[in-house]
Design a protein around this ligand. Structure first.
Ligand SMILES: Cc1ncc(COP(=O)(O)O)c(C=O)c1O
Length: 359
């Protein structure tokens, strides 16, 4: 079997070794509780401490202002595609969605069940097969003032597209940060609701973080399902039914690990270093290509094509033999995708860049 050097999968994704070691200890026994972390009750005093510590650590790492609530919800980021309109649309009928790729489109499709959706394009895909994916002109955006909110996906995990913050919105800004939370600082002056499934940057699947301005909490309607209501989660400190104890515990482990690494600033610097190295290797190799224009290239999920299906399959097989796992592109997209979250070492990326150079 291949000796793992690094796991580049998009999510569930690599966890840092020290985090996995701590998890192993806590699976044997959590503290002096006499119980495995897997057995710990969601109403136990131990879990009350775990969830509160996770909340406080996230708040301090991001300097999240007091007028934001931090919720731990379930059913993944996809459930938020429904939860957001069901909690924020209130008596309005229009929502604005920035289109930047697969996941933002999916969110917009879900929203269409609840009202009218205005779509703004962040990317203009050229018609020719060889042309780049270019940024569209933001100056053209007319964000309709009677829109309930504007939704954006700063990092598109499947295409490897990253778009800039919206700085001048006159309506609440909602962001799907499933593949970029904890990868850089966030200015909470610019966002009103941020959400992320945990399985990429925050641990394992099973919990979704929702960081939402308190004055947006009371807008759910009678039709909003109980488990999707932000006000219910806020009132009950996110212990509404049986909480995903282990997944929340993993979020805490990841946050503690991140703090020990020096916080968010070094994470951004490391992501930039890794991705610059990889894009350089891709651009220098005539047999590989990345069609995303430089302003939109993701520093987290780097996608590229390799000329010739046989060469691509050989590359993926050779990478596995060298211990570089999880590199196959998304099933709808093909090619290669290197997802490089916070645990990814520069040396793993150097190995990948060497393989590209040797094609
Ligand atoms: C940006 C983004 N949004 C949403 C999702 C869907 O997340 P989940 O599987 O937690 O519903 C993903 C999953 O890859 C994602 O990358």
């Amino acid at each position: 079997m291949a000796q793992r050097q690094h796991y580049f999968a998009a999510g569930p994704a690599a966890l840092p070794d020290s985090v996995k070691q701590q998890i192993q200890l806590d699976i044997a026994e959590y503290g002096n509780s006499g119980l495995s972390i897997l057995e710990l009750g969601h109403r136990s005093p131990e879990f009350a401490i775990i969830i509160e510590q996770a909340r406080q650590l996230l708040r301090s790492l991001y300097a999240i202002p007091d007028h934001f609530e931090i919720l731990f919800m379930q059913a993944g980021a996809t459930a938020q595609f429904d939860a957001i309109p069901l909690n924020l649309l209130s008596n309005k009928s229009l929502m604005t969605y920035v289109d930047s790729g697969h996941w933002s489109r999916r969110a917009a499709e879900f929203a269409e069940k609840y009202g009218r959706v205005q779509r703004l394009s962040a990317v203009s895909e050229a018609k020719s097969v060889d042309a780049d994916v270019m940024p569209s002109e933001r100056a053209d955006w007319q964000i309709t003032a009677d829109s309930a909110y504007i939704h954006m996906t700063p990092n598109e995990t499947i295409e490897g597209i990253q778009i800039a913050d919206i700085s001048d919105a006159n309506v609440p800004v909602v962001a799907d940060m499933t593949s970029c939370l904890l990868m850089r600082a966030i200015d909470f002056e610019r966002y009103d609701l941020v959400y992320a499934g945990a399985q990429k940057t925050l641990g394992i699947a099973g919990v979704t973080l929702v960081i939402v301005r308190q004055d947006l909490l009371q807008q759910a309607t009678e039709q909003t399902p109980y488990m999707l209501r932000y006000d219910i989660h806020a009132e009950q400190q996110s212990i509404v039914n049986t909480s995903p104890v282990f997944a929340v515990y993993c979020v805490l482990q990841m946050l503690q690990w991140l703090k020990a690494q020096g916080g968010l600033a070094p994470m951004l610097a490391a992501a930039n270093e890794r991705s610059s190295l990889l894009y350089k290797a891709i651009d220098e190799q005539p047999l590989t290509s990345n069609k995303v224009s430089s302003e939109l290239r993701s520093s987290i999920n780097v996608c590229f094509d390799i000329a010739g299906e046989k060469r691509l399959q050989q590359f993926l097989a050779e990478a596995e033999m060298q211990g570089l796992l999880g590199l196959a592109g998304h099933r709808h997209h093909g090619g290669v995708r290197a997802s490089m979250y916070n645990g990814t070492t520069l040396s793993a990326v150097e190995s990948l860049a060497e393989m590209i150079a040797a094609l």
